[in-house]
Design a protein around this ligand. Structure first.
Ligand code: PEP
Length: 247
């Protein structure tokens, strides 16, 4: 049985006071339930202080592909480890579209994260135009191939994949459980063709306007192994209900 894993992507939200209230609500409610929060860099120390010893792991939303050096404004994987991170999101569609991150750069970040011992949460997904022109599988395959070519299929044993259709992120439009399941099955099948054991164990999260009200119908799909949650991860009751729906 694969585990299910829900991760929150706080994006560029929060403050010390807001985070303290949110984490204080999550900690007891999610006791015994494995979950993750991916927080802005400045709040990693707060997440570490608040969450150490709890069932909630923490991570970042981006990482440099470089190990160290003259890269102003960048944050390395080893720095994330210094703050107790377990996970880091790579290739979020906002990074790909707003900051021009290519498949190759995302693959380099994935490699850097794993080299340091972090578990990358690799985001893949198609835009609305791509879905409407029937190239969803080709886009997702291309995004996965960049990582498989750089790090090998076996590397996915130490990664999480998040399928996030771009048209469903922050828009309130969730993929239907059937639409999401179809792409999740495609991802697992593509990887199974290379390594059945890795595919069977791979956690594939769904992300895109998941909320308490629609979490259960998504989480019961056979190839949906949890969620990557944006907006709803900032609302304690919503995030708690989503984590419980997946548990
Ligand atoms: C995300 O940012 O990864 C995401 C899925 O956002 P939302 O849940 O707000 O659509």
């Amino acid at each position: 049985m694969r585990k299910k894993l829900v991760a929150g992507n706080w994006k560029m939200h929060g403050s010390l006071a807001e985070n303290a209230a949110l984490l204080a609500a999550l900690k007891p409610a999610l006791s015994g339930i494995e979950a993750v929060v991916c927080v802005p860099f400045p709040y990693l120390a707060q997440a570490q202080a608040e969450l150490a010893g709890s069932s909630i792991a923490w991570g970042a939303q981006n990482v440099s592909e470089q190990a160290k050096g003259a890269f102003t404004g960048e944050v390395s994987a080893s720095m994330l480890l210094d703050f107790g991170c377990t996970y880091v999101i790579v290739g979020h569609s906002e990074r790909r579209s707003l900051y021009g991150e290519s498949d190759a750069l995302v693959a380099s970040k994935y490699v850097a994260a794993q080299a340091a011992g972090l578990t990358p949460i690799l985001c893949v997904g198609e835009s609305l135009a791509e879905r409407e022109s029937g190239v969803t599988e080709a886009v997702v395959a291309r995004q996965l191939d960049a990582v498989i070519n750089a790090a090998g299929v076996a590397s996915l044993a130490k990664a999480v994949v998040a399928y996030e259709p771009v048209w469903a992120i922050g828009t309130g439009k969730t993929a239907s459980p059937e639409q999401a399941q179809a792409v999740h099955a495609f991802i697992r099948g593509k990887i199974a063709a290379l390594d059945a054991g890795v595919a069977d164990q791979l956690v594939i999260q769904y992300g895109g306007s998941v909320k308490a009200a629609n979490a259960a119908e998504l989480m019961v799909q056979p190839d949906i192994d949890g969620g990557l949650i944006g907006g709803a991860s900032l609302v304690a009751d919503e995030f708690i209900a989503i984590c419980r729906a997946a548990a």
